[in-house]
Design a protein around this ligand. Structure first.
Ligand code: NAD
Length: 485
């Protein structure tokens, strides 16, 4: 396999062919660790998006993929997983350069999970069966599950490979065809995957990639009448818009949106063990993690103790060049993301926050680095606590009772993830039940597996990725009733 660095600037992948945008537009791809341009990719217009949707439509209608049995499609998806593993070093290096992710993280999480995702959905492709239903009718009633048609997969910048795989895997397993629009900042692994899927045996037109901006390429995809389903991951603001456009077109839709999870430390927690999960919860992927735990709620007797431990431990987290295997925190994925974090930390100062550590940029090689930052003493209704910062920033607040902890945890508009630290088993289950979130972690953070569904409630969206639930989101059910008279 070749990377887009070696094979030249990225182009659109439509109907199994590489092509320039119809108007020749191109856009720069920037290495976040240096701020330098590393390559360019084509910038799709609405006409290019339409060509991709038409290619996907034709490929769906000709049955070259949708007409295969689930197990035949599963074999191809197994091959995709194998190819990801065979090319792990190259894919990890590409993702690290594009997103600024630490190389060790790219191997351990992005590449590993992407391969696991395809493998999981390859296996589930065998399970696309229906059911018979007992009825008082003198008839045989049964259901069959089939694909929806053309899926538009729109993904954000922070986990390009995984969040594409969590849509492409179940979509293709179910027999759909796909047009993928990656985020403008981080398009490279999507182009790599186009080449890899083709090599694995996915027929031309079944998988297409249009790189380009949200307002042009993304919008054109949302509005294209040839699209049957929108699988969107991104911010709540854009998701609201995407859902309303999808509503007008009566398209199927899943929405994976923003998050602002609370991580609760009860007075009976194993604090030494909890500290690792707390730090991971807010520095993982440089804090650009929708399911991160940026709001730490600590039982008041432990409040200053936990802050003291964090003030010692957090400055020791290795921040730096993502290509160094020791690095845990790399740069933010783009300058605008860095500026947003700076603005929120400034706001925290104005809102009365105590900066325990960090609170500033790190000047290194012209990259977009920000030091992991801990802020104490903010009021629960402060904007810094309530809004999604999406960077390596942790706020710490005390609470006085279990009820208050739950109330504070549930107090933001979001509901993607949540977590708690306790050694009390009954409390673990009781509180997990009361937290408004799609996933709750107990005594850990960010344990993810393709078999375990995730998704949001409230402003974090609806629908589930991963698990058999995701396959349901890419299929429709048809009932057949045969008269036995
Ligand atoms: P974003 O909403 O800015 O962009 C997401 C995607 O939508 C990009 O591909 C973008 O080009 C596209 N887009 C933008 N405007 C569009 C439009 N008008 N029509 C169609 N598409 C459009 O999000 P981002 O900054 O890339 O990602 C960060 C956000 O994503 C955070 O809020 C984060 O919490 C969220 N996120 C959620 C999950 C989850 O699983 N729930 C996972 C990762 C990230």
């Amino acid at each position: 396999m070749t990377t887009t660095f070696e094979s030249g600037p990225g182009r659109l992948f439509i109907g199994g062919q590489w092509r320039e945008a119809a108007d020749g537009a191109r856009t720069d791809v920037i290495d976040p660790s240096t701020g330098q341009v590393v390559t360019t990719v084509a910038e799709a217009s609405a006409a290019d998006v339409d060509a991709a949707v038409q290619a996907a439509r034709q490929a769906f209608d000709n049955g070259a993929w949708s007409g295969l049995s689930g197990r035949e499609r599963g074999r191809v998806l197994h091959r995709v997983a194998e190819l990801i593993r065979e090319n792990a070093d190259e894919i990890a290096a590409l993702e690290s350069r594009d997103v600024g992710k630490p190389i060790t993280l790219c191997h351990a999480v992005d590449v590993t999970n992407a391969a696991n995702d395809y493998e999981y959905y390859a296996s589930l492709a065998w399970t696309l069966d229906g059911a018979t239903r007992d009825t008082p009718l003198n008839g045989l009633a049964y259901t069959r599950r089939g694909p929806l048609g053309v899926v538009a997969a729109i993904t954000p910048f922070n986990f390009p490979l995984i969040l594409a795989g969590s849509k492409i895997g179940p979509a293709l397993a179910a027999g759909n065809t796909v047009v993928h629009k990656p985020a403008e900042e981080t398009p490279l692994s999507a182009l790599y995957m186009a080449e890899l899927l083709k090599k694995a045996g996915v027929p031309d037109g079944v998988f297409n990639v249009v790189t380009g901006t949200g307002p042009v390429a993304g919008e054109a995809l949302l509005r294209n009448p040839g699209v049957d389903k929108i699988a969107f991951t991104g911010s709540t603001a854009v998701g609201r818009h995407a859902a309303s456009v999808a509503g007008e077109g009566l398209k199927s839709v899943t929405m994976e949106l923003g998050g602002n999870a609370a991580h609760i430390v009860f007075e009976d927690a194993d604090v030494e063990k909890a500290i690792g999960a707390i730090i991971k919860g807010f520095v993982f992927n440089t804090g650009q993690f929708c399911m991160g735990g940026p709001r730490l709620l600590v039982a008041r007797p432990l409040y200053e103790t936990v802050i003291g431990i964090l003030s010692q431990a957090v400055p020791g987290v290795p921040v730096g060049d993502p290509r160094n295997p020791e690095t845990v925190v790399g740069p933010m994925a783009g300058e605008k993301h860095l500026k947003k974090v700076e603005e929120y930390v400034e706001l925290a100062r104005k809102e009365g926050g105590r900066i325990v550590c960090g609170g500033e940029r790190l000047d290194l090689n012209g990259g977009f680095y920000y030091r992991p930052t801990v802020i104490a003493d903010l009021a629960n209704d402060s904007r810094v606590v309530q809004e999604e910062i999406f960077g390596p920033v942790l706020t710490v607040q005390p609470f006085d009772s279990e009820d208050e902890a739950v109330e504070m945890a549930n107090s933001t508009p979001y509901g993607l993830a949540s977590g708690l630290q306790t050694t009390n088993l009954a409390r673990a289950h009781r509180v997990a039940d009361r937290l408004q979130a799609g996933i709750v972690w107990v005594n850990e953070w960010a344990m993810l597996d393709p078999a375990v569904p995730f998704g949001g409630v409230k402003a974090s969206g609806f629908g589930r990725e991963y698990g058999p639930e995701a396959l349901e989101a890419y299929t429709k059910v048809k009932s057949v009733v045969v008269s036995l008279d």
